[in-house]
Design a protein around this ligand. Structure first.
Ligand code: DGY
Length: 336
């Protein structure tokens, strides 16, 4: 008998179809958001699940779904998964690194540019019919080329943004990260490691790309914003909660920094009303990885992880991007 799995959100139907070769698939083409009781109910008897950031898998869910063996997240970020709780119960977790790096970096750069050059603010003005004449200071913004790009979090996506800045726009690249990059990587990127206060102080354009965790919660709050230049911009494509949205809205309102570009929000899809009330912020609904090719690659990688983790396919027992590979040796015989 084929194992049963759940695909928790609507995704490309042709890619879901491929999973039927291996599994009994319960999918969600209507794209209902499953609350915790609904998720637990749909996971009964399921050996695996493909999740997105909207499903939280924690100890309570795992204990209520004892047959679950693999949780494959269609995202590189996995703060919706309690990985230690999964590991303790022998449940394999995976994410989707690499396949979205360049697409997400493209978006981060675009959002930073839109923020620096006030593109959406200017478009709203035009659409309101308020454009009646030229003025020397109409939507005057900040240069991106040759400015100082400050990257907070120099993982794969941070490095891809640094390359765009350095080689595409001649920017001075500084970065701060938990661990410093090897000297040859720094040299290749032309990036200079600095401490966090220096990063904030010197940034013309700060781009945040750190993963969310208890340690990165409100990594940027009122105190940090106060260290930035009044002409600086801040772009967050990482996760809501890394920036204190209320403190940011107040810094924007009082022009203590020039502008912000946000793709992620605390408590999204809700957006704090203070942010909606300030003009100098570009807001997008968590779409940094949203291109057809990349979203298909993300789902394909999540599927490959699930197929292999549940002991099927040519790579049975060897999922490509596990988060807790130590679980593999403990998985039930027959599944790996
Ligand atoms: C990720 O991959 O973590 C993105 O934020 C999800 O779209």
């Amino acid at each position: 008998m084929k194992p049963s799995i759940l695909v928790a959100r609507a995704v490309f139907p042709d890619l879901v179809e491929r999973l039927r070769a291996w599994f009994e698939v319960d999918d969600n083409p209507e794209d209902h958001i499953l609350d915790r009781p609904q998720l637990i109910q749909r996971l009964q008897g399921k050996a695996g699940v493909i999740t997105t950031g909207s499903e939280r898998i924690d100890a309570q869910v795992l204990d209520a779904c004892p047959e679950l063996r693999a949780v494959c997240n269609m995202a590189v970020g996995y703060n919706n998964l309690d990985v230690p709780a999964c590991t303790a119960r022998g449940v394999l977790c995976s994410n989707t690194p690499d396949v979205l790096t360049e697409t997400t970096a493209d978006f981060g750069f675009a959002l930073m540019m839109a923020t620096a050059r006030r593109i959406t603010e200017a478009e709203h003005f035009l659409r309101r019919g308020e454009w009646t004449r030229w003025a020397y200071d109409m939507f005057i913004g900040a240069d991106v080329h040759r400015a100082t790009l400050a990257v907070l979090g120099m993982g794969r996506i941070g490095q891809a943004i640094a390359r765009r800045g350095r080689f595409g726009f001649g920017m001075q690249v500084i970065y701060h990260n938990r661990s410093r990059l090897p000297a040859d990587t720094e040299a290749e990127l032309g990036a200079r490691y600095v401490d966090k206060p220096t990063l904030l102080r010197e940034a013309d354009h700060l781009v945040i790309v750190v993963p969310y965790s208890a340690e990165s919660h409100h990594l940027i709050g009122a105190q940090e914003l106060a260290q930035m230049k009044p002409t600086a911009t801040l772009t967050n494509i990482a996760r809501g909660g890394i920036v204190d949205d209320v403190a940011l809205a107040s810094a924007l309102r009082e022009r203590r920094i020039a502008a912000a570009g946000l793709d992620v929000f605390e408590g999204e899809p809700r957006v704090h009303p203070d942010l909606l009330a300030v003009p100098n912020v570009v807001l997008t609904p968590h779409i940094a990885s949203a291109t057809v090719a990349t979203r298909r690659a993300m789902f394909t990688l999540a599927s490959d992880n699930l197929v292999a983790a549940l002991g099927c396919g040519p790579d049975a027992g060897r999922p490509p991007t596990p988060l807790n590979p130590e679980v593999l040796s403990r998985m039930r015989p027959g599944l790996t």
